[in-house]
Design a protein around this ligand. Structure first.
Ligand code: BG6
Length: 507
């Protein structure tokens, strides 16, 4: 597909460019778009960080980190000619004079005009001063476009903000206000890479392009929903960050990614596919998330932390032994939570969310468990009666599986569960694209569908804050409480068993 006509020329300015995200995700994603001919004809990428690098050193550093990703030397050369580097401290307004001059010179060189995409890829404490300096340096003219006689030709400035977006409701609201002082809401792109994942987007197609799923997608038929994001890796080199105020599985994964996935799974059909219509429906779900009561937290949430363990023959050391981690850390490397969405469609249906590091398997999925048939005719014929399930595998093994009961071949009437399997890779003969490429492309197009609105973020914080407060006030003395390489603490199984339910743990 060649979308160059829809894409305006632009300059991408990455603040915090010497960090991990740039080399691990952003540059590979932009390269992917470039090789698919989905970058504008005129573009430049400018990395900004304090460390000094020449353009060539910076390009080399990006290449060396993931050289397998850039097998075609000519393509890489052509692409990397668009990459530049400018050393500056974005928290110091004094550094913006030179930066602006350099950006102007590069804009002329690459014919990018004045369209600017600012990407905040730095530690969260630098977000606010950087946004304020962008404003003080008069790099945003977007707010004035409504006075323009020729709106089409007015340049745009957009900002992409990485997570963590605040660490509680107050800090998130504050950051939203800081952004709103400088940028229009329509130009703010709060990124969540889970929304860029193919199977999350596919969920909307599954639900709203088919007639067979929506009629049963509600409390009349669904017993409960499980959303899991388990990882086999521990915290590795991110111990200090993870053990800090914005780390822990509840903040790092559940508040952000899993609640977003939930909102797409649970939203009402939008009136159109326009970003604002889709976001309107998602916001309603966020507003309907029941805020748990503080005293109820022990009954609805479980925290865990991994100790020593093994996975695939590899020894994993406990979280507390990781570099930068307090040896008595209370940090949750695992969190599970039962929650409700108080709407007509979902009244009484529990949503169980869980996420953990150093677990038995890397998997992100959504499992809908259906209620039993009203009259259980085949009670005596099934060894074990299993609920019907729709399993949406977000990653890996992307696909959708439906589990139902079938007759075992033979004269005798016996019943056993069988699966209908839509395997993404086999079906399309293609690997799903990386979420970052999809999202960066959308920012350049000006499509906010897959980005979070300020209300979503603030409601998501409210939905988890009582749990975080309770955990903060009540240290847990049995940590670590699960061995690395397992499915998490036994308390999480008990949470399910209390309602005669069990976690869907894929083999
Ligand atoms: C990030 C979290 O947002 O998502 C990490 O900060 C986590 O802790 C990562 O490892 C997981 O992303 P993915 O795409 O590998 O599931």
């Amino acid at each position: 597909m060649d979308n160059k006509e829809q894409l305006h020329p632009c300059m991408i300015v990455i603040f915090g460019a010497s960090g991990d995200l740039t080399k691990r995700k952003l540059i590979p994603a932009l390269y992917d778009l470039y090789t698919r001919k989905q970058m504008p004809e005129h573009f430049a990428i400018v990395g900004v960080s304090r460390t000094a690098f020449s353009d060539d050193d910076f390009r080399q550093k990006l290449f060396d980190f993931k050289s397998d990703n850039y097998p075609d030397a000519d393509q890489w050369k052509a692409f990397s000619n668009h990459i530049h580097y400018h050393a500056a401290d974005s928290t110091k307004l004094a550094d913006f004079g030179d930066m602006k001059a350099r950006l102007k010179q590069l804009a002329d060189e690459h014919k990018t005009g004045e369209n600017m995409l600012f990407y905040l890829s730095m530690a969260p404490q630098f977000f606010e001063p950087t946004i304020q300096n962008i404003s003080a340096a008069e790099m945003v003219t977007e707010g004035k476009r409504y006075c323009s006689l020729d709106r089409q030709s007015k340049p745009w400035q957009r900002i992409v903000v990485e997570k963590p977006f605040g660490s509680d409701p107050k800090s998130a609201t504050h950051l939203n206000s800081v952004l709103a002082n400088v940028f229009e809401e329509t130009e703010i792109y709060r990124i969540d890479h889970y929304l860029g994942k193919e199977l999350v987007q596919n969920m909307m197609v599954l639900r709203f392009a088919n007639a067979i799923f929506e009629p049963i997608w509600n409390q009349s038929y669904i017993d409960h929903v499980q959303i899991t994001a388990s990882e086999t890796v521990g915290v590795e080199s991110r111990g200090a960050y993870y053990d800090g105020p914005t780390g822990g599985a509840m903040r790092d994964m559940i508040q952000s990614h899993l609640l977003q996935v939930l909102s797409v799974m649970a939203m009402e059909p939008p009136v159109s596919l326009k970003a604002e219509d889709i976001r309107t429906e998602k916001i309603k779900i966020f507003k309907a998330m029941r805020v748990p009561k503080y005293d109820d937290v022990p009954n609805i949430a479980v925290r865990g932390q991994y100790g020593d363990g093994q996975l695939g023959g590899k020894v994993i050391k406990s979280f507390r032994e990781s570099e930068g981690v307090n040896p008595e850390s209370q940090c949750d490397t695992y969190a599970a939570m039962k929650m409700y969405v108080d709407t007509w469609r979902w009244g009484g249906v529990p949503f169980y969310l869980r996420s953990g590091k150093a677990m038995a398997k890397k998997v992100t999925n959504i499992v809908l468990y259906f209620k039993p048939t009203p009259h259980i005719l085949f009670r005596d014929m099934a060894k074990q009666r299993k609920a019907n399930q729709i399993v949406i595998n977000v990653q890996p093994d992307e696909g959708i599986r439906i589990r139902f009961e079938g007759k075992v071949p033979g004269h005798k009437l016996a019943v056993k569960d069988v699966e209908l399997d839509f395997d993404y890779v086999k079906q399309w003969n293609a690997q799903p694209p990386d979420g970052y490429a999809t999202l960066l492309y959308d920012v350049m197009l000006g499509d906010q569908t897959l980005f979070k609105h300020r209300d979503e973020i603030e409601c998501a914080w409210h939905a988890v804050q009582p749990v975080l407060d309770y955990w903060q006030d009540n240290p847990q003395f049995d940590l670590p409480n699960y061995a690395a390489g397992t499915w998490g603490p036994s308390a999480a199984d008990i949470l399910m068993a209390q309602s005669n339910r069990y976690w869907h743990n894929p083999k």
